[in-house]
Unconditional design. Structure first.
Length: 124
């Protein structure tokens, strides 16, 4: 496994852990429960699908898993944007800013991997 792959596996894992820790600290209001559930699923799915992509059965399977990682990163950003509007505590807002940025970066990286893989597939 190359160093970039290891870095992405670590980043996606850390993003999931950071998200779960953040969500665990939120009060379990009716609204928060919906967001917590959706964001927890999206944030953990990014790394899970990237992990699965490393054992893809074909290039098409690899591209599919990478596409899911990208979509889940975008979804995570969406839920964080909602939390950004709902929460008032400065510490939470600062954490959200960091996590939104990471979700944006992950989405861009996975989109780039997907596009490169699709191009390489066409060349063969």
């Amino acid at each position: 496994m190359n160093s970039k792959t290891e870095e992405m596996l670590n980043r996606t894992f850390q993003f999931a852990v950071d998200t779960l820790k953040f969500l665990n600290a939120l009060p379990p209001t009716t609204v928060n429960k919906v967001i917590i559930n959706q964001l927890a699923k999206a944030a953990t799915s990014i790394g899970a699908n990237y992990e699965e992509s490393q054992a893809a059965e074909s290039r098409v399977d690899f591209i599919h898993k990478i596409s899911i990682s990208s979509k889940e990163a975008r979804e995570s950003k969406y839920w964080y944007r909602i939390l950004n509007e709902l929460l008032k505590e400065e510490k939470q807002l600062a954490q959200i800013k960091v996590l939104v940025n990471e979700s944006e970066q992950l989405s861009k990286i996975f989109t780039s991997i997907k596009l490169t893989s699709q191009e390489n597939k066409k060349k063969k």
